[in-house]
Design a protein around this ligand. Sequence first.
Ligand code: PDD
Length: 285
Amino acid sequence: MKVLYNGDLIEKKDARVDIEDRGYQFGDGVYEVIRVYNGTLFTLKEHTERLFNSAKEIGIYLKGTVSDMEEKLKQLVAANQLTDGGVYIQVTRGVAPRKHQYNDSLIPQITAYTFQVKKPVQEQTAGAKALLSEDLRWLRCDIKSLNLLYNVMEKQKASKAGAFEAILVRDGFVTEGTSSNVYAVIDGVIRTHPANNLILNGITRRKLLEVCAEQGCSVEETRISKEELLCAQEIFISSTTAEVVPITELEGKPVGKGVPGDITKRIQEGFQQKIKHESEASISS
Ligand code: PDD
């Protein structure tokens, strides 16, 4: 099994993280998770650009171009002969004796590896449970930061309670899930939080908005209040690894009829078509 280690493909067993890496000590870095379908990195450019952008937002300037990085990630996938799975890539600020302030000359540490993905097929077809949690995260959720402490805490609570996701609510409005974006169908319109500093603008989210436009579904990027969510006709979440999952039970109560709704199913289907088309287009190019 090969991993990407600062530009080189090396054996996983030879990869070592320095104990003074700021990612390890401060969570000082950013990351991406990219899905591989049929040997192809899905929405590779979008993920790589977001990684560069997250890095820039925290003052990490990566050498090399987005295309260089894309090339390396393709080589990693090929080296591990991965057909279906994912790639995790992380950039940390660098290695230095532990001190909050840092020297601008630090060398960013870039690592990536491939992994298997278990599609949440059961949840995708039958629907999943979700809980509500207060959104107590910082105010730069648009940066895909390694600091996931609050996300981890709330996901763990949800998981212990038998739920698939915790949906976060800030000041009475739904932001996103601990590791997903959230959508609700209200009066026949699909609504999701606007892409601002309070959410991560998911790559899956962007693709779903395209699917909606193509299918002529009405969509609004407007805030959903907690009360609106609790009586939504349909709810679904999206992420790279979960794809599109209907939420059929919220806080112990059925959402709509308690089964995946028609609009959600259409979006799921449209997204699968997109994966198929884009993977085929990328293989033939
Ligand atoms: N998480 N919001 C948050 C807080 C997330 O962590 C994620 C993804 C998303 C969806 O983004 P995308 O569609 O680009 O995956 C939204 C990844 C999958 C993770 O941390 O594993």
